[in-house]
Design a binder for this molecule. Structure first.
Ligand code: HEM
Ligand code: HEM
Length: 420
């Protein structure tokens, strides 16, 4: 086989693609472990796993290419040549060992997080026992540093060799497409080093400003309840006659009114993941409401929630929530049916009933505020559920170590009185 002066195009393409991905991957690894909150870490972790597996695949191809495509004779001789070859071998070990230790540590974690590569390809766990977790994590962390040192040595060696070599005047050009002259090799080599530096620091730019999930949803609906309860005091002059009118109108009628929920209503939940709140909502829920503030006992509320409409602001997490372990394992619709509604204060009510979800049926009490003005009503309320009572979170998620068992449910909507 003829020994070419330069690497093959495919070898060059893989060299630079892997170099860029590794630089980003190192920065991402170091950045993401410092993000603090589980909610903020979720997306970067998924990205880190995705890129890591991509690096593994590309590196395996790279090794195969090395065997089938002719490549230049090792640059340098004697000790320098040996050093270069040693660093190259170390780099290959890092390119393959880095992803493998990462994959192993993820596969052996006590609470395994499903991996969905680039949000689409489900990735399996390695069949390893939990005893491998600590060693894998230790090695993975160590390999990150070893890899960084090897890259630094490799780059320094390539530059030194390029500038100092007499026998092979354009070492950098061997790995840079189109850089036929030594000067072009040096310019493009330096540009590549600068680019890798930028790529390495990208994770700090992208994930530098990640704010922890805002603790708003639950407290805002509580605020609405309070606001609704306090409306009497702050009611404007125009609202007061309307309220009186509706009160006298309903007094004349026999059956309580039916209400239609208006678009824009919100039904959401909040749960602590590693102590950090994560908020989610369901869309497309519907409610049959028969209710009269004068006769709450005669009312009834039925709410239907399509569980697979869940959304928590993160595609990967949503896919997980829609999976078998969470909302995808039972009937697709959860149903709350009130059994009794009682007044608990001015414009405040308590609806006791049952919630059927995921094949389980449990008593649930909703506390809500409701204010009627003419044919419009505003309602908001909260309740707290124990997700384990409904088997939301199966297998490794049944434990409440990471995802709390207590889930706050909140709703906030407007409704229109239906004409009879
Ligand atoms: C994450 C970064 C990098 C990794 C993992 C990496 C990895 C490697 C590996 C494994 C080889 C050996 C190829 C073989 O013979 O099979 C190689 C060759 C080479 N790399 Fe890199 N590299 C990186 C960054 C760089 C940078 C930034 C430069 C230049 C500024 C560079 C320049 C070269 C050159 C010139 C060769 C050919 C050396 C020769 O002909 O003996 N590499 N690289
Ligand atoms: C291209 C190869 C990879 C490199 C260079 C790399 C690099 C890193 C680095 C530098 C860290 C931070 C370590 C620390 O200081 O705590 C890290 C952490 C981590 N990596 Fe990777 N990684 C790679 C591939 C993977 C893969 C393929 C996975 C999983 C499939 C993975 C999963 C993780 C996890 C879960 C952590 C956090 C570990 C902890 O909590 O300490 N990595 N990685």
């Amino acid at each position: 086989m003829m020994t070419p002066y330069r690497y093959s195009r495919i070898a060059m393409a893989l060299h630079w693609a892997i170099a860029a991905l590794l630089a980003f991957q190192l920065g991402l690894g170091w950045r993401m472990v410092d993000l603090g909150s589980a909610a903020a870490m979720y997306a970067p972790f998924q990205l880190h796993k995705s890129i890591g597996i991509l690096v593994l695949a590309l590196s395996l191809v790279r090794v195969m290419v090395r065997f089938v495509r002719p490549r230049p004779a090792a640059a340098g001789s004697g000790l320098t040549g040996l050093l270069a070859s040693g660093v190259h071998a170390g780099l290959y070990a890092f390119m393959i060992g880095g992803p493998l230790t990462g994959w192993a540590l993820v596969s052996t974690a006590k609470l395994k997080l499903p991996t969905l590569l680039f949000g689409t390809i489900p990735w399996p766990h390695l069949p390893l026992g939990p005893v491998f977790h600590e060693p894998a994590e230790f090695l993975h962390e160590l390999l990150g540093w070893i890899g960084a040192v090897l890259i630094a040595l490799h780059v320094a060696g390539a530059l030194r060799h390029h500038i100092g070599a007499k026998a092979e005047p354009n070492v950098l050009g061997r790995m840079i497409p189109g850089a036929g002259a030594a000067r072009a090799g040096l310019v493009w080599g330096l540009a590549a080093i600068a680019m890798l530096g930028v790529v390495l620091s990208l994770p700090w730019l992208v994930y530098g400003k990640v704010a922890p999930a805002k603790p708003v949803a639950a407290s805002s609906s509580e605020a609405v309840v309070d606001e609704l309860a306090g409306l009497d005091a702050s009611a404007t002059a125009t609202e007061v006659p309307m309220l009186q009118a509706s009160a006298s109108a309903t007094a004349e009628e026999e059956a309580p009114s039916r209400w239609q929920v208006l678009p824009g209503g919100k039904l959401g939940f909040r749960v602590a993941v590693n102590g950090e709140p994560v908020d989610g909502t369901f869309s497309g829920w519907s409610a049959d409401i028969v209710f009269d503030p004068e006769k709450p006992e005669a009312g009834s509320i039925t709410v239907r929630i399509p569980l697979l409409s869940v959304s928590s602001g993160d595609e990967t997490r949503d896919t997980m929530l829609k999976g078998e372990d969470f909302f995808g394992g039972g009937p697709a619709t959860a149903v709350f049916r009130s059994a009794s509604i009682k007044r608990s204060g001015a414009d405040r009510y308590i609806a006791a009933g049952t919630l059927s979800m995921n094949g389980a049926r449990r008593p649930v009490t909703l506390a809500f505020g409701l204010k009627v003005a003419g044919d419009k009503a505003k309602a908001a309320g909260t309740t707290t559920l124990d997700r384990t009572a409904f088997a939301v979170g199966k297998g490794e998620w049944a434990s409440t170590d990471q995802i709390a068992g207590k889930v706050d449910v909140n709703f906030d909507f407007e409704a229109k009185r239906l004409k009879r």
